[in-house]
Ligand binder design. Structure first.
Ligand code: ATP
Ligand code: FE
Length: 335
């Protein structure tokens, strides 16, 4: 089975070709245009998708060495995401499936961040059902009980900002360019995680809150800058390490509670923030410390990519879960 997968939910135009559960090509065109605005501008994102989509799909087919006539189905991201961005991917997928006379498969982007673990990769194990997934991305922070491929329950989620936003907004306060998450990670590796303490939010149960942390960081920086105008420049590494440490603690506290409540000790992480080196190391350590089995995705399957859409497409292909041409994009989707 050859699946062409298209992902266009936010600001990356991505296409991948899979042969069953193996990735033959995984192409992403990042949109650098948003950096100068300090965040994704939806109107510019959809225009850039329009420009990129044909070359990106061409590149994915070429790299996979597959002719479009060989494709078994086309999978695309139905949502959640920016409507204008989603429409580019879905319209293209529909037209191409129609032209080739092959099935069309709609994929939930958040399912894909979780099910990316089922891509066949050397050196990477696949989780067994049921497992817990911690999805940490630019728009979501969820603990999901994954009973089966398309049988998932959200057992905890953020009540305000997502983890990715917490990283990006903290970075903005430090004057770092968008998206700041990867930069905070980079500087944190050189700093002392216990240099500064930020209070953790008190949220009941398995839910999260990150907006208070952002405010705490803002006040802390303002206060320190009054004493020393060069405070940020002189302490970037320590500040980043401390912010990242606090975020990881918040995530780990809830994960431990989720394990206690469900009795499930297989933990998979997914979403852009699972690229974070501190989170990856902490989860690896948790295997020894708590006896968990943890699943950390290959780096290229963490931030938005089409390979993860393709693996969900493959599962849906096996269960003949197809859409007709009237399927619509959804900015928000429930599980
Ligand atoms: P969603 O998946 O919720 O719709 P999205 O698709 O916009 O959101 P992703 O691409 O999954 O988000 O993740 C992007 C986020 O990941 C950004 O907030 C970015 O800063 C963050 N991120 C990426 N790499 C790292 C890193 N190494 N450390 C911390 N955050 C990171
Ligand atoms: Fe995403």
């Amino acid at each position: 089975v050859f699946i062409l997968a298209i992902e266009s939910s936010c600001d990356d135009t991505a296409a991948a070709v899979l042969c069953n559960d193996k990735v033959l090509s995984n192409v992403v065109a990042n949109q650098l245009i948003h950096t100068q605005y300090g965040g994704v501008v939806p109107e510019l994102a959809s225009r850039a998708h329009q420009q990129n989509i044909v070359p990106v799909i061409d590149a994915a087919l070429k790299k996979a060495n597959i002719r479009k006539e060989q494709l078994s189905a086309i999978a695309f991201t139905q949502g959640p995401g920016l409507m204008g961005s989603l429409l580019v991917g879905s319209s293209f997928a529909k037209s191409m499936a129609l032209a080739l006379g092959i099935p069309l498969i709609a994929v939930n982007h958040m399912h894909a961040h979780i099910l990316a673990h089922f891509i066949d990769e050397e050196g990477y194990d696949k989780p067994e059902f049921p497992f817990l997934a911690l999805t940490i991305s630019g728009g979501h922070t969820q603990i999901v009980k994954v009973n089966h491929f398309f049988n998932m329950e959200i057992i905890g989620e953020t009540t305000d900002d997502a983890v990715g936003e917490a990283f990006d907004k903290s970075a903005k306060i430090l004057g770092l360019p968008y998206p700041g998450g990867p930069l905070v990670d980079k500087y944190a590796q050189l700093g002392n995680p216990k240099a500064y303490a930020f209070t953790k939010p008190k949220v009941p149960g398995l839910d999260f809150s990150f907006s208070g942390l952002k405010t705490a960081i803002l006040y802390f920086i303002q206060k320190e800058k009054q004493k020393n105008p060069n405070f940020i420049d002189e302490n970037t590494n320590n500040i980043c390490a401390s912010i990242q440490h606090t975020i990881i603690q918040i995530l780990m506290d809830k994960l431990k509670l989720a394990v206690k409540e469900t009795g499930i000790t297989q933990i998979a992480i997914g979403g852009g923030v699972s690229a974070n080196s501190g989170i990856r190391n902490t989860l690896k350590e948790a295997e020894k410390k708590y006896g968990w089995k943890t699943f950390i995705p290959k780096f290229e399957y963490t931030t938005d990519n089409a390979a993860m859409i393709g693996i969900v497409g493959y599962q849906k292909f096996l269960s003949q879960h197809f859409e007709n041409a009237s399927v619509v994009s959804k900015a928000r989707i429930q599980f």
